[in-house]
Design a protein. Sequence first.
Length: 334
Amino acid sequence: MTLRIEVGAGDLGASRFAISPITQVVAALLVLSGRISSWTARPWVERNRGRLRAMCDAEPDLGTLVSVLRVRGYNPDFIAPPPRGSSSTFIQDLAAVRETPAARAHQEVMRVLEGREPPDGVARIFDSPDPVGRFTRVLGLAWEEFVAPDWDRMRAILQRDLAHRADRMIAEGWDGVLGDLAPTVRWRTHARGAVIEVSGMPDEERVLRRGGVLYLPNLFDALWVCLDEPWRNAVVYPAGGAAALWPAAAPCRPAADHLVPLIGRSRALILATLDGPVTTTQLTRALRMSLGAVGGHLAVLRRSGLVEGTRTGRAVVYRRTGLGDALVARPSTG
């Protein structure tokens, strides 16, 4: 499955990079709720996942917000409005959320829930006098708990990512800037502009002729594409250097003890860690193993039919096969 976005020559000149604090909040909630995996932030996730559960119990509106977030497909646009300039403050982002008409917020949430029964919390929020205010309040709580304590360091890393891409633009043009945007993104130029290919997303072709693409780095490995108003054309991509946020934390060790006698501790750890598409470099950072060791173990796992690799642009993305999933699944105890 591949999303293909045709970018015209005029769109290249109109494209820009920006920093969005509220996007970090949404990405953090997706990671902490288990909807996406973040290799660089694993220690942080382990420390905070229980806190999110406790907050959702204490603040049902936060649980409702988390329940309507999706990894693939449409998410409510109003909960993370695009920055109006090269950067914004969280207060500005939250003010933009607060300005959303209740009818539009309801329409966007219902679009996410189309085809399934809405959670009870959705009706509770939209039956209240100020539904948007309730979403705004819990977004603020999530910011204060999960992002604000580290925001100065987070913002510095995001700014370094943008500065790095500005340098690449001068030296190499758009090929250099977007060639390593993410393992699942491929950038191909042609006479009329370029094509952005994003693997792992539903097959679709879009032609952009509406003012360029907005690129937003995020600190939690997640990548998603926004093609609807008000975002129009935006790509949220993993920020380079995000691993520096948690250098002193012990790496998360997924439960794989039952595999150790069969394939050895290191290979069991790698296989258990592959709960989503990941590159060799991401594995070395998450598990603090050498590049050579990870590559050697992956080669053995591939030959055994437990792992498969797919080249996307300059990187190879690895994931477990069905047989690998079956081995990782902890055997039931009667």
